[in-house]
Structures are given as C-alpha cells and as structure tokens.
Design a protein around this ligand. Structure first.
Ligand SMILES: Nc1ncnc2c1ncn2[C@@H]1O[C@H](COP(=O)(O)OP(=O)(O)O)[C@@H](O)[C@H]1O
Ligand SMILES: [Mg+2]
Length: 333
C-alpha cells in the first residue's frame, strides 16, 4: 500500500468496523461490533470501566488484533497490514493516553522532536516543525523544561504535540483527560477541538466521562460489556433518555475503598491543575484522581474532583488544601 492509497478518501467514511469480535480467553471483550466513524468528526466511545472501549480503540492502530471481523480505514482493509505497510499506516494514526508517556530525561523540545528524529529528518526542518507544534498547543515558553516540572495539563500538551509530529490523519485519545482536573480538562478539549477544526484530523476519543462527550463529541457510541448499546449524534443521545444510558449516566462514582477520598471543590478560575501538581510535588506524595465532574455555567467552568490519598498522607493533604481557596469534603464510606 502506498501513501496515495492511504489518503485516497472516496467518501466521508474514515473508520469502519464490521462484525468485530475480540476475546481474552473466556472473556468476550468485543462482541460483534459494527460501527462507522466519519472523516473529520470527533467521535466518542463512552461507557463504564471494563466496557471494551480501549480494546476497540486499540484495534484501530493494531495494538490489538481482532479475532474476527474487518476494520477498514479510508476504505482500506487494515487487518492484514504488516511490516513496512503497517509502519507507514501507523504514522497516520497517532495516539495519546491518560498517563502522558513522556521521556522524563528529555526536555519538551526533545519529546516533541522524537518521532521526527527517529525518521532522520533534517535538523532545521525538525526545529521548524517542533516550534510550530509547540505554538499550536501553547507551549512555546516551555521547550527547555523537563517533564517533571510540568503540570498534568502541560504534560498532555506535550503528548499532543508529539502525536501530531508526523501529520496524522487520525488521533486516538484514550482517557486523555481522566487524570486531569476539570478546568485543565476543558483546556485540553479545546486544543483537541482546534486540531480537529484547523487540521481536519479525525478524533476518536475514549472516555468514561459523560461531560467530556457532551463538550466535544459530534457523535458517540455507548459501549457496555463489549457491545454497542447506542450510537448517534451527541445531542440526540443525551436528549433521548434511553434507559441503559440513564443507568450509565447516573452511575455513582465508584471510589477506591482503600485510603481516603477527598472531594475538592474548585471556585471560579482557581488554578486547580497547578494546585494538584504543586501539592503532589511539595508534599512528595502520590494520589489518584478518582472521579471528576465538570460543570459549565456560561463561560465559567466549575468543577469538583475526588482524590484518593493513602491514610498516612491524609492529614498532610487536608492541612495543605485548607490553606488554599479550594473547598473540601472528606467522603465517607
Ligand atoms: N490484555 C488483556 N488480557 C486480558 N483481559 C483484558 C486485557 N485487556 C483488557 N482485558 C479485559 O477486557 C475487558 C475490556 O477492557 P478495556 O477495553 O480495557 O475496557 P475499558 O477501556 O472500557 O475500561 C475488561 O474486562 C478487561 O479486564
Ligand atoms: Mg480503557
């Protein structure tokens, strides 16, 4: 397959799954999936944890092989791609993750340049491209910084810039905002919107956060237990109150039952992302963002999120948070 064939788009159909089945020994992770994603859209795959979202997403760049069924990208069947053809195909399909997968010993410039350097592109061209991408994601000032000095949002910007280095046609996002606080989530989603609009990149976005889908997706498929239970325009899906969807939407946050869960409520314009990363760094502790909720009121985004901390760190975190303008609540149970 050559490059022309890859970009030979005969109709608006970009990715098509036909009768996809994927099993992990006894477990059916994907059960007869049929789905079409159009060129140029932002498509959401949403559903609870374990539904099969990541598995389905990863079949698109062949990080997962399917057991049966066909996958077409730009009308080209990708099932049997191997070797050089697979490598050139994968250039067209970039991916970002929840945990940004940056090289910790390399600065932002080097991280973005990585895919270009691997292809022995001229230094001057690499520089031009890196500067363009850094500007696109708003990181011009950070090119010399190391990843461990960046906030979560900044780290994800680096990952996005790196993903775009080789001019992909498709960007796969696997819970790309799930480790970020609500305000930063919105900023990252705005960058994804811009990339979609200005560069025409088709985005397939996996998330368990309904708010993310509502904010950014044109169309959405709801997945549960390896099956697609609903597909449609985002608005229609949310207006048409399907019962299965209702239970998914109203699902109470499933919080870890070890350690302590603390709900943080961010006031307007509070720099919540930097608070989270600053706190982690200054207290030198690890915690997970267990749950988050975005709420948009006009142009303001308010949000709350639940962090999970170890018992031994609990008091330290409370002391820290109580010195900020963030309100908090310790979750019982
Ligand atoms: N490599 C694997 N080996 C065995 N089981 C897996 C593997 N990857 C995923 N699964 C299982 O497949 C199901 C779907 O997983 P996944 O696609 O990661 O769900 P989601 O992304 O919706 O949370 C889950 O039950 C998960 O435990
Ligand atoms: Mg997943």
């Amino acid at each position: 397959m050559n490059k022309n064939e890859l970009s030979n788009i005969k109709n608006s159909n970009c990715i098509k799954f036909v009768n996809i089945v994927k099993k992990y020994s006894d477990l059916t992770a994907l059960s007869n999936i049929n789905l079409s994603i159009n060129k140029g859209e932002i498509f959401g795959l949403v559903g609870p944890s374990g539904a099969g979202k990541s598995t389905l997403l990863r079949t698109i760049n062949k990080l997962e092989e399917v057991d049966s069924g066909d996958i077409f990208v730009n009308n080209y069947k990708i099932n049997d791609l191997k070797g050089k053809d697979l490598a050139s195909y994968r250039q067209k399909v970039a991916m970002i993750f929840q945990h940004f997968a940056l090289l910790q010993t390399q600065n932002v410039y080097k991280n973005i340049a990585l895919p270009l350097e691997a292809r022995h592109i001229k230094k001057s061209e690499i520089k031009e491209r890196v500067l363009y991408l850094a500007k696109l994601v708003g990181l011009e000032e950070k090119l010399d910084s190391l990843p461990n000095t960046l906030s979560g949002g900044q780290s994800q910007r680096v990952a996005i810039a790196r993903a775009l280095a080789l001019n992909p046609e498709i960007l796969l996002c696997d819970e790309a905002t799930s480790a970020l606080d609500p305000n930063t989530t919105i900023q990252i989603l705005d960058i994804l919107k811009k990339i979609n609009k200005e560069l025409g990149i088709t985005i397939v976005l996996v998330t368990h956060q309904m708010e993310v889908v509502k904010y950014i997706c044109n169309r959405v498929a709801i997945i549960n237990k390896g099956k697609i239970i609903e597909t449609g325009n985002t608005e229609d899906i949310f207006l048409y109150k399907n019962k299965a969807l209702d239970t998914l939407i109203n699902e109470k946050p499933v919080l870890p039952n070890n350690g302590k869960n603390i709900k943080l409520i961010f006031p307007k314009k509070s720099a919540s992302d930097s608070l989270i990363t600053k706190m982690a760094r200054e207290l030198n502790i690890d915690f997970d963002i267990a749950w988050g909720k975005l709420e948009k009121f006009g142009d303001d985004v308010l949000g709350s999120l639940v962090i999970n901390v170890l018992d031994k760190d609990f008091q330290k975190v409370l002391d820290y948070v109580s010195k900020t303008d963030v309100k908090y609540e310790v979750m019982e149970g």
